[in-house]
Design a protein. Structure first.
Length: 125
């Protein structure tokens, strides 16, 4: 039996959250939760223990890079994808330095390929 990758989505735009949730379901991933606030991410990671956290860069209260750093402290095995509408060319490097596995710009076609490369379903006994 295959274990589907478990995702937590952290984005304050409900439309983005819904669209990404549909995409993840279509890719045979499980969405275990959504949060709209940078402070809520850490609690959700601890409680839900997702395999992957998709984090918007511009979250209220705690930005996505700081949220990424905090996630890595409490759940170092989780993969974090920083997701941003910014087109700052320095952002991917900053995200990797914060502990992210990847950085994807909103509106690009890279999200699907990034998810597929990071989230291969695994066998469970």
């Amino acid at each position: 039996m295959l274990k589907r990758p478990r995702f937590l989505i952290a984005d304050d735009d409900a439309g983005v959250t819904q669209a990404v949730s549909r995409l993840l379901l279509a890719l045979d991933c499980e969405v275990v939760g959504t949060v709209a606030d940078g402070r809520a991410v850490l609690n959700a990671v601890q409680g839900l223990q997702p395999d992957v956290v998709l984090v918007d860069l511009n979250l209220p209260n705690v930005n996505g890079l700081e949220a990424c750093r905090q996630i890595m402290q409490v759940s170092p095995d989780a993969k974090v994808i920083v997701f941003s509408a910014s087109n700052d060319p320095d952002l991917p490097q900053l995200a990797l330095e914060a502990g992210a596995s990847a950085c994807v710009f909103k509106g690009s076609h890279d999200l699907i390929s990034t998810i597929k490369s990071l989230c291969v379903p695994t066998e469970v006994e």
